[in-house]
Structure formats: C-alpha cells, structure tokens
Design a binder for this molecule. Sequence first.
Ligand code: GLN
Length: 281
Amino acid sequence: MTLEDATRLLAEAEIENPRGEARLLLAHALGIDRDATLTATPTPDQAMRFAALVSRRTVHEPFAYITGAKEFWSMAFDVGPGVLVPRPDTETLIEEALRVIPDRSAALRIADLGTGSGAILLAALTEFPNARGVGFESAPQAFAWAKANTERLAPGRAEIRLADWDAADGPFDLVFSNPPYIPSGDIESLALDVSRFEPRGALDGGPDGLDAYRALGTLLPRILSPGGHALLEIGIGQANSMERLFPELELVRIAPDLAGIPRCVVLRNRKDCLGKTPSIG
Ligand code: GLN
C-alpha cells in the first residue's frame, strides 16, 4: 500500500488528518521517523504491515491503540485496548496540583482514583519527586497498563491496586480522579474512536453523568488529610453541580482547560491539622 492509497482510504473513512496520519502509520510500520516516510521504499512485508495498520484506523480504532503509545505531560505512556487514552485536557489537573502545592519537594501521599493508564499519577510523581502514590483501578486490562507504565516511568514510587476506589483508606494529601462522566445516553453520540473502542467503564457516568462525583462526595472527606486537596476532572456543563455535590469540602476553584472549558474542580479538606473544622469569627 502506498502513502497515497492510505491517505485516500483514511479520507474516505472521515479521519480528520488523513495525510498526516497515513505518514505516522507508515513511520510506525517501518520503524522510521515521520520525515523519512516520503522517501521510504517499503518491502512487501512492510507494505502489508502498513496496510493492516491503515485498515484498523479506517474503522476508527484510536490512533494511540494502533501505535501503542500516547504522550501526556511530555511523557510516553503505553496504551492499548481496555484503557482510556490520556487526553491533553487532563493535563489541567497536573497544572492545578502545581498551583495548589507550590513546594515541589513536599513528601506528599498521592492517590489516583480510576488511574487508567496511570498518566495522571505518574505525571504528578515526576513533578513531586519526594511524593509516593497509589493508583486504584478496578478494570483488569487498564490495571495491567498502569502497572507496566509505573514500572517503566516511576519504578518503586507507586503502588497500583486492582481495586475499586472504595478500597482507598488514606490519608492522602492529594487525590486525583478523572472519573467516568459522560451521561449514559450521550455515549453513542461521541466520536466513533471513543464510543466504539474506549472502555465504557471509563466513560459512562450514569444517567446524568454525575454518579462518580456523588460517590466521591462521600469518599473524599474520609480519605483526604487535613488541608488535603482533591483535583477532579469534569465534563462540559457539569461545573454548576459541583458545589452541591461536595458539601463537606471547600470548593477552591474550577480551572478551565486550554479551550476555556471548566475542566478541573479543586477541592480542599477544610479540617485544620488537628482534624477540626476551623470556627469562623
Ligand atoms: N474526556 C473524555 C471524552 O471526552 C471522557 C473521559 C471521562 O469520562 N472521564 O471522551
């Protein structure tokens, strides 16, 4: 298969950047740089491998599943079927962590609830070199990706547990979560890459999309250390519900992503270091 054939097939399948993706898939099939793809002359074997990759993409299998890798916070994560592909929007959670905890040397205890590939947890651990982490993941396939990424990117610094986040006991100084938050009825209208291939358990937030936050509203006050922070990703239109979902915590702010969409809820455990809620006045 030539680059032109691949571009045409991807365009017919309504892939957004067919030429660019065709070149990247060719680069992947040949194990060469994207720049070298214009002059490459694939062997018949390589051409077949390329054709197989292109045909996977024409049915909208996520590009990252095909190449097996996705960049997040300038780190390379291994990904594949069964795990949510890390999104650039989610980097907002890391930015907010750096804002609420300016001391990079803090010996933080970090948890990531529904860690998926481990992207959030491992990015946070690189920014806070003295921190240690626990990632909770109840889906076995995603758990395996998180474990592999941890062993490669932050060996010895995080424990990945195949467990529901109810198993989290704490206390944690920093709790991250990018929970499932798409209303069940909206999943079929998402991009095909997402609705056909990504794990439903990472997307489906119940009838109104807010099931996970209701569960977090009960869990977080129990596991946050006094003064500890929780940073949660939310979807479009969900910001207004957050105040009432976390009555026991202080809602510090809701930070926008790069597109200006409210994306990261910053919550703080009001209790002071003695475990008491400070009295006002
Ligand atoms: N941001 C993802 C999407 O738009 C959803 C991930 C999630 O539900 N946490 O597909």
